[in-house]
Design a protein. Structure first.
Length: 195
């Protein structure tokens, strides 16, 4: 096993920060190139006229999924060393709903608001300020919310464990879902764009 590189000491803390910075810049660049620095492009997702967000993000998920799966299969990645955070069901469902609501109302998610701000979009900057204010408010209210935030702890579970199936079957199912999703997205876009 030769990966993950940081775990095996192939680079230290300083190099990991530099690498994280470079990966972040690259990620932001490609988000902007895909049009995700524009709230109009992002909100078109919710009007079903342009499902680029769905297609790009699902492509990223499939790429990472297949990459990790095949790298572990050939012995280059030890899946037991991949960190899986605990699942806190109720707070994560509420957090997802709040994030989705904010995305619909503001036209940005946290990452795309940074991209919008970096490219000079004022609405992205205002959204980013709201995001920072929300983070600050959550931090101040955390003692009151701590019980809920740590509730419904299911531990570090994965889909194969939760469904009692093999990793390969989950990979196949997600890839099949992506193929059907991309096909369906094309139909939905053509239907709603014509209106």
């Amino acid at each position: 096993m030769i990966a993950p590189f940081f775990k095996y000491g192939l680079f230290g803390d300083e190099a990991s920060l530099i690498l994280a910075f470079l990966v972040g810049i690259g990620f932001g660049f490609f988000l902007e190139r895909a049009g995700f620095g524009s709230a109009r492009k992002l909100t078109a997702q919710f009007y079903l006229t342009d499902l680029t967000v769905f297609k790009v993000m699902f492509t990223a998920i499939i790429t990472a999924l297949l990459g990790i799966f095949y790298l572990s299969w050939i012995g280059w990645v030890d899946l037991s060393l991949v960190y899986v955070p605990n699942t806190y069901l109720a707070p994560q469902i509420l957090g997802g709903l709040l994030l989705g609501f904010g995305f619909i109302v503001g036209g940005y998610c946290p990452g795309t608001s940074v991209v919008g701000t970096a490219t000079g979009r004022f609405d992205g900057f205002i959204f980013l300020l709201g995001l920072m204010a929300g983070i600050f408010a959550f931090g101040e209210a955390y003692p009151l919310l701590e019980g809920f935030v740590n509730s419904t702890d299911l531990g570090p579970i994965t889909l194969p464990e939760a469904l009692h199936v093999s990793y390969g079957l989950v990979v196949f199912a997600v890839v099949a879902l992506a193929v059907v999703g991309f096909w369906g997205a094309g139909i939905v876009e053509r239907r709603f764009a014509a209106r």
